[in-house]
Design a protein around this ligand. Structure first.
Ligand SMILES: [Ca+2]
Length: 420
């Protein structure tokens, strides 16, 4: 497994790489299928395409052997910018990775390689290699890339405008599961992304809505609508804030909001709000056209599919709603959590002890229970995991499947990540 690189070649590469820190060599004296050592082992892997049964999982099977015939090397189709990616399953503090090349031929395919560490699936990522790793002519077996980054996904890209292949024998990743804040546990990592002063008693009616991991809308304590595009680190008021009381965002442009029981919608990031014809006490936006609304007094559930011009009453009753899709909705009624996947024709009871719910699909839902603890499901409500630390949270909002943003007893914005 030793690489046969000349000193001259190494110096050449270091010049090319600038600040990128890589090195070659070193054998393993440990078991690469030990997940406490190799955090990528057995994790879900993906790639831009697959050819010749060169599945992405072959780069996380714990076997660094590089000969194609041994069925442990990945292979994409010939395409521009082929990539490979591993999902570590939760946020990790990553300290480095070893990339093992195919060895029976084709080592020149490992050139113009760039490594990214990504916080979430849509994050463009932090580029680890300052310059493209240009290793043509080096005929190496293994390269080590140093890191000091937190993330969940590692993506390896072969940069090329022309169609090319990407093959990897193994990607060994070093690091440990992120231990963020005091409230973190084995089940749940917690990171305070925006600290409040934690003084006095605060009331948060329903103040945040996450359109994505990075894109968060909220109503601040003064009643102003604000937006953040950096995971809640900083917020800026929208132009036309209207002192809304609840907000449900679709993306950075589209959001629906309540002012009292009146429903408004914006299509331009809060520069202008237009009143719709509906009324309610809990709203959940699906798109610019589709939203679900609940009237907590009558328990009536309504849905619009035309941007709020007309509303159709849905069978059932609820006090609050979170609807990820036009026909999918989770609702809370008298402390019970129900789910429909057919527009309200049928409802399934999912939990008996829930105060509020936020969901981005049928599978993933995050809730506040009646003791103000966070509970979540990642499997359609079959099993629930409760925050083992029993932290007090006012509110939780799902940002992507296994992650959510919450408001704790101090009013801090806390990023929660379910560890798997
Ligand atoms: Ca392998």
């Amino acid at each position: 497994m030793y690489s046969t690189v000349s000193l001259k070649s190494v110096l050449f590469v270091m010049l090319l790489l600038g600040t990128a820190q890589i090195s070659f060599g070193q054998n393993y004296s440990v078991d690469l299928t030990d997940a406490s050592y190799n955090i990528a082992y057995g994790k879900a892997a993906y790639q831009s395409s697959t050819s010749g049964e060169g599945y992405p999982s072959r780069a996380v099977d714990g076997d660094t052997y590089g000969k194609w015939s041994a069925n442990s090397v990945t292979h994409t189709a010939k395409e521009a910018n082929p990539w490979w990616e591993v999902d570590l399953g939760s946020q990790h503090d990553i300290t480095g990775l070893d990339i093992h090349n195919r060895t029976d031929c084709c080592q020149e395919r490992f050139n113009n390689i760039v490594v990214y560490i990504k916080k979430d699936i849509n994050d463009p990522g932090t580029r680890l290699t300052a310059n493209a790793l240009t290793l043509r002519d080096l005929q190496f077996d293994k390269v080590h890339v140093k890191a000091k980054h937190q993330g969940r996904y590692i993506r390896i890209v072969r940069q090329s405008d022309q169609p090319v292949y990407l093959s990897l024998a193994e990607v060994v990743v070093y690091g440990e599961r992120a231990k963020w804040a005091e409230g973190s546990s084995d089940k749940l990592s917690a990171e305070i992304v925006n600290k409040a002063d934690c003084s006095g008693s605060r009331v948060f009616p329903d103040p945040i809505s996450a359109a994505s991991y990075k894109n968060i809308w909220r109503i601040n304590v003064a009643g102003t609508v604000e937006r953040s595009t950096n995971r809640g680190g900083t917020f800026h008021p929208v132009k036309d804030d209207r002192s809304m009381t609840q907000i449900s965002a679709v993306n950075d442009k589209v959001a629906w909001a309540l002012k009292g029981e009146t429903i408004f919608r914006t299509l331009d990031g809060g520069n202008t709000w237009t009143q719709t014809t509906g009324y309610g006490t809990s709203i959940s936006a699906v798109s610019a056209d589709v939203a679900w609304v609940v009237n907590g007094n009558s328990r009536a559930i309504w849905r619009t599919s035309d941007g709020g011009k007309t509303w159709e009453q849905i069978q059932g009753g609820a006090q609050s709603v979170s609807a990820p899709f036009e026909n999918f909705a989770w609702v809370v009624n008298d402390g019970r959590l129900w789910f429909t996947k057919d527009g309200g024709k049928n409802w399934e009871l999912k939990n008996n002890n829930i105060k509020s719910v936020s969901a981005i699909s049928g599978a993933y839902a995050w809730c506040i229970d009646n003791n103000n603890n966070v509970v979540y499901t990642l499997d359609y409500g079959k099993t629930w995991t409760k925050d083992p630390k029993n932290q007090f949270y006012y509110y939780v909002e799902c940002t992507q499947g296994s992650e959510a943003i919450a408001i704790n007893h101090c009013g801090d914005l806390v990023l929660l990540s379910a560890n798997r």
